[in-house]
Ligand binder design. Sequence first.
Ligand code: ADP
Ligand code: ASP
Ligand code: MG
Length: 422
Amino acid sequence: MGLVVQKYGGSSVADAEGIKRVAKRIVEAKKNGHQVVVVVSAMGDTTDELIDLAEQVSPMPAGREFDMLLTAGERISMALLAMAIKNLGHEAQSFTGSQAGVITDSVHNKARIIDVTPGRIRVALDEGNIAIVAGFQGVSQDKKDITTLGRGGSDTTAVALAAALDAEVCEIYTDVDGVFTADPRVVKKAKKIDWISFEDMLELAASGSKVLLHRCVEYARRYNIPIHVRSSFSGLQGTWVSNEPTGDKVEQAIISGVAHDTSEAKITVVGVPDKPGEAAAIFRAVADAEINIDMIVQNVSAASTGLTDISFTLPKAEGRKAIDALEKAKGSIGFDSLRYDDQIGKISLVGAGMKTNPGVTADFFRALSDAGVNIELISTSEIRISVVTRADDVNEAVRAVHSAFGLDSDSDEAVVYGGTGR
Ligand code: ADP
Ligand code: ASP
Ligand code: MG
């Protein structure tokens, strides 16, 4: 029996009962002969509550202090979980990200893991302990400051540790039975996927399926770590994410699923002179503010001639920063005005089968139009097509597309065991 890494999300450890339930599950894995490393998230919505608190004392908290605050959430759950395991008669030790050897760059709030040196975890395991590691945090290589990996980052901690410790599998325990063909909170008829390729999972995650974070899938693909996404509330087999189908023969579906995302906003730069170098200047200003953008569209300006409008989407959380950066560069770029719209949503259809099946795009647009949904922006990759719509239309649009592509299940409704969906 080898080493397993198990990650429990916030909804699985939302209260004392949840922690005790999860402790029993961990002890079972240990009794089955595995060495067990557990990565744990903050309890329930603790991270959101800490963010709310920070915003009450400062509108733009400094990154270093913000990270120090947020990592407190995982410290609480890791210590409580270790106590609960000891109470069941087994040895457990908890470790912060820093103690576990999670070394990152120094970009606060969205640090990247650059190395994992889990010496202390190895020692703890060799001494017979279950090792509990705080997710979503690390320590910066240069300044030795505490960092966080961005929302949902415990998934990445788990896969990074699994790679560094050469684990058999990385199990991600959450509040649904696996990866579904759409978010079960929105589509009751979503189907559980038995196996999905890294490639398709990467696109789903990048398009807003927060059941797995896309950096975590990227990491798993790079180090070829199979991920098993499953519920901590049921004993069911979940979804395997890997290079090759595992277990019973499962074929790659043409369409893997529908993802949606309402965490983005749209900025329109109005009245940009239609000449070379303008787009470069706009996106240089945004990039220098360390903001990642998603979709881009350029239109002939409705207002005047010889000018264009350039729209792009970005995380809502970066909206203020982007507007400030563009306002500052207004003189040198030369545009009329900026428009900010945070009432948008994105719907994406994902599947490697798109490459070889013509007509997928046409069917996707037909489904949206039949549902009366207007499309504002479009972007595609080889295996994904995404549109931006009004935020109010998103749920309806996801259900319509899911049905149109024959993804609705005709048996059980998807179960959501916990969590608030926040
Ligand atoms: P955790 O606290 O365990 O990290 P998350 O809230 O981050 O849990 O992720 C689980 C949630 O992801 C589910 O409750 C579900 O609402 C959402 N989700 C979005 N898309 C999907 C999908 N395609 N399959 C399963 N869950 C999804
Ligand atoms: N607690 C952090 C968050 O809510 C990290 C995680 O849960 O993965 O984003
Ligand atoms: Mg998560």
